[in-house]
Design a protein around this ligand. Sequence first.
Ligand SMILES: NC(=O)c1ccc[n+]([C@@H]2O[C@H](COP(=O)([O-])OP(=O)(O)OC[C@H]3O[C@@H](n4cnc5c(N)ncnc54)[C@H](O)[C@@H]3O)[C@@H](O)[C@H]2O)c1
Ligand SMILES: O=c1ccn([C@@H]2O[C@H](COP(=O)(O)OP(=O)(O)O[C@H]3O[C@H](CO)[C@@H](O)[C@H](O)[C@H]3O)[C@@H](O)[C@H]2O)c(=O)[nH]1
Length: 330
Amino acid sequence: MAILVTGGAGYIGSHTVMYLREQNEEVVVLDNLTKGHEQAVVDVPFYKGDLTDGKVIDQIFEDHSIDSVIHFAASSLVGESVTNPLEYYRNNVAGSHALVSKLVEHGVKHIVFSSTAATYGNPERTPIEESDVTAPTNPYGETKLAIEKMLRWCDDAYGLKSVSLRYFNAAGADPEGRIGEDHDPESHLIPIVLQAALGQREQVSIFGDDYDTKDGTCVRDYIHVLDLAQAHYLALKKMKETNESGVYNLGNGKGFTVKEVIETCRSVTGKTIEAEVAPRRAGDPATLIASSSKAINELGWNPVYPELSQIVAHAWSWHQNNPKGYGDNE
Ligand SMILES: NC(=O)c1ccc[n+]([C@@H]2O[C@H](COP(=O)([O-])OP(=O)(O)OC[C@H]3O[C@@H](n4cnc5c(N)ncnc54)[C@H](O)[C@@H]3O)[C@@H](O)[C@H]2O)c1
Ligand SMILES: O=c1ccn([C@@H]2O[C@H](COP(=O)(O)OP(=O)(O)O[C@H]3O[C@H](CO)[C@@H](O)[C@H](O)[C@H]3O)[C@@H](O)[C@H]2O)c(=O)[nH]1
């Protein structure tokens, strides 16, 4: 039986596919390549297509015995979602609706869904637990929460079991350097700071230094992309064993300010990195830090690379060796 991975040519998807292959799982990837890279999909059948393309999805089910799905494909940028909410409702909500309709039609019973810390909004307390209030401060988080809720109703109605994994900030790269993060344009903090270290940018803009945090800049919980991959594998396995749906946070439980991240990048790379304070970015909560006790206790999740310096070092190695990302190989 095979796992269908949507968005498997993207950053987190490609690392998860690689991890699943290392566990000897059979995997098939569906990705429309709006953001992903075909070179990131190694050693598995790849279908170029959209979540809404029922014909491609039917073809995948004809060609392979799919019994479960990991659904990464989405638009996922906080700032962009504030300026273009309709695109987020189209691609995330309508796209997931189309996909899940097809999965129900084909009798799939298990799906793991990429949710996000952005479902919480400005949390009432940290570390955040799964039962805490969800009140997104941006359309991106709203669309992810809507999909989580849709999946819960699909469990009741069709017996489609789902696990929503609310990741905090994914970062790092395959320690062996085979794949890494390549977004164009890049908007995530760590790769941007590393591009500055490579001399590809003159400086880093710090989006706001007047938040209620220890140095005024936003606090995030950075989690290694391969530790996320491990969690998907464990979540799927557990769901198949217990036939129960669930929601889990995935983070390291430690928060770093934007300034601390830049400082860590300076120390890992040994480079001078210029930074300048800029206005706040719309939609950003001040602080997001996970409690991942539930994933650790119930899934047996055991992050292998919890240190920020290690996460940055793996990302740095990828960016140094692939300064143009996958563009080097195109
Ligand atoms: N990066 C993070 O820190 C983070 C944190 C929390 C949650 N997430 C979620 O994890 C998932 C993966 O994030 P990522 O950082 O790897 O993003 P990414 O953009 O690198 O990957 C998403 C992939 O999905 C594909 N895609 C998008 N829309 C599609 C569609 N309609 N049909 C087919 N393919 C489509 C893109 O081409 C891309 O390859 C997303 O759902 C995102 O919301 C990411
Ligand atoms: O040039 C930059 C880029 C980012 N930031 C700040 O750095 C922090 C992290 O930003 P970024 O790396 O863009 O991640 P987030 O906006 O926190 O969102 C990521 O993490 C979320 C979970 O917390 C996911 O849901 C999203 O998909 C993913 O993009 C934020 O405070 C940003 O304002 C800057 O100050 N300057």
